[in-house]
Design a protein around this ligand. Structure first.
Ligand SMILES: Nc1ncnc2c1ncn2[C@@H]1O[C@H](COP(=O)(O)OP(=O)(O)OP(=O)(O)O)[C@@H](O)[C@H]1O
Length: 234
């Protein structure tokens, strides 16, 4: 069987948001390719559209014109139901403020996306166990988020994002709320997920030093990519 490649293609993307009675364009003709297995960092001024790109790729926002295609699947051609299913299989989201359920343990938070799959309870338990091991939280399964440090909470957030084994991780300022040491540990974890597990990672960041773990960095300004750097030793 030919392995499926999940190249991400944005073609002539037009996106605008309403402002009063008119609309403000964010992207007027945005075209870019993010190859399967890439680790792309996106930087740029506030309001330049960084989060909007993640939302369009993740299928939680829609283009007004042009296309977003992932592994040959055109997101704008899918029904809401098909898109929801596709997203749960292909995309994992990592947020700045973790977005964990406060009344659930680390393990229960990681298990949440698995409740939508056909896995049995024991298969889910085993998967959660393995993933918490991968992110270095083998001894924190039963802790509530409030009993974990920020860095540990983000590890749980990443574990939840990879629980369904998605090919693509969309990370919106994943280290934005962390001290330098915890941030560096999270960046190393993301790099490991990219190099060892082959996840495509797209990371929005305001922190230039975070880009050292990425294979490429692009700067977005006024709806356009104004520069691109390719890491020397990624
Ligand atoms: N749902 C929405 N309705 C109206 N305007 C929106 C909406 N989402 C985003 N915008 C506008 O689109 C522009 C781009 O927003 P976006 O959040 O993508 O920027 P960003 O580069 O991620 O910013 P930041 O670095 O501050 O997070 C901003 O001007 C924002 O106000």
């Amino acid at each position: 069987m030919t392995p499926v490649s999940y190249d991400i293609e944005l073609t002539g993307v037009y996106k605008s948001y309403p402002l009063g009675k008119s609309r403000i364009p964010i992207f007027e003709d945005l075209t870019m390719t993010i190859p399967d297995g890439d680790f792309l960092a996106i930087m740029g001024p506030s309001g330049s559209g960084k989060s909007t790109i993640l939302n369009l790729i993740g299928g939680i926002d829609t283009v007004d014109g042009g296309h977003v295609s992932i592994g040959g699947t055109m997101l704008d051609k899918m029904s809401t139901r098909a898109l929801t299913r596709w997203r749960s299989e292909v995309i994992g989201f990592v947020f700045q403020f973790y977005n964990l359920m406060p009344m659930l343990s680390a393990a229960q938070n990681v298990e949440l996306p698995l409740l939508l799959t056909d896995l049995s309870a024991s298969e889910r338990r085993e998967r959660v166990h393995t993933i918490l091991d991968i992110v270095g939280l083998a001894d924190r399964h039963d802790h509530l988020p409030s009993l974990l440090s920020g860095g540990q909470q983000q590890r749980v957030g990443i574990a939840r994002a990879i629980a369904s084994d998605p090919r693509i991780l969309l990370c919106d300022e994943p280290t934005g709320d962390l001290d330098r040491k915890s941030a560096d540990e999270i960046l190393e974890l993301l790099q490991l997920l990219n190099t060892k597990l082959g996840k495509t990672i797209i990371m929005v960041t305001h922190d230039e030093s975070s880009t050292r773990v990425a294979k490429r960095t692009v700067i977005l300004d006024k709806g356009r990519f104004v520069s691109e750097e390719i890491a020397q030793c990624a």
